[in-house]
Design a protein around this ligand. Structure first.
Ligand code: GDP
Ligand code: MG
Length: 212
């Protein structure tokens, strides 16, 4: 939609990659944002979703890529590097019960920082998410470790339970939008992805069929 008058803030359109090891809750996080629901099992959904909401009178559209994890992860070349180029911002997820997933996020954040920061010194927006905080009895990664990593690498940090709390999921994405706005990425380019954006209803229709 066109905005009228100079006072109206421009709309914002940004690409976000959600990355991290398998099983940490990437799909749960993405689906929670889009539907407010936690459905428990997500299979190997790998999709780009489009989600719009309003922040301070500005319509924000996020194209969110729920990226499957492969052992080589994001650091390696070609298709994966393209994914990194596509992204304007990152949500890097680990589970507080999975030390290896924390190590992966640590590697990813350093890989992104070494390739994606802007020549003018601005940092590419990254949010680190420690998930499954409802599973305290199985915790192997301290909150302090997450905070320290975020502090050292200039990222936002949230510890959340996607299973128990929708609001904290919203905070994650709003935090990222704030960061992207600061990085002046608004209106960076028109959206060219409509063709591959899958609607959630299609995903759920398929899953319902799968589970019959
Ligand atoms: P992905 O492989 O990173 O996409 O992980 P999924 O989203 O498929 O989640 C993996 C498993 O962790 C699923 O069984 C989810 O139900 C579960 N899960 C995700 N988030 C949470 C959470 O906050 N708490 C708990 N207890 N389980 C979660
Ligand atoms: Mg998944």
């Amino acid at each position: 939609m066109e905005h009228l008058g100079s006072a109206a803030p421009p709309n914002m359109d940004a690409n976000i990659v959600v990355a991290g090891r398998g099983g940490v809750g990437k799909s749960a996080l993405t689906v929670r944002l889009l539907t407010r629901r936690f459905i428990g099992e997500y299979g190997d959904i790998q999709s780009i979703y489009s989600h719009s909401f309003t922040v301070d009178g500005r319509e924000v559209t996020l194209n969110i890529w729920d990226l499957p994890y492969s052992e080589d992860s994001l650091e390696k070349t070609s298709p994966v590097e393209k994914k990194l180029q596509w992204a304007d911002g990152y949500v890097l997820v680990y589970s507080i019960c999975d030390r290896a997933s924390f190590n992966t996020v640590s590697r990813l954040v350093h890989a992104i920082r070494s390739t994606k920061d802007y020549p003018n010194g601005d940092k590419c927006p990254i949010v680190i998410v420690a998930n499954k905080r409802d599973l305290q009895h199985r915790r192997t990664v301290l909150s302090e470790e997450g905070w320290l990593l975020a502090l050292q690498t200039d990222c936002h940090f949230y510890e959340v339970s996607v299973a128990e709390n929708y609001h904290s999921v919203l905070m994650v994405f709003h935090g990222l939008v704030d960061r992207m706005r600061d990085a002046k990425l608004a209106m960076k380019r028109p959206m060219g992805l409509k063709g591959i954006v899958k609607s959630m209803s299609a995903v759920f229709a398929r899953r319902r069929i799968d589970s019959l």
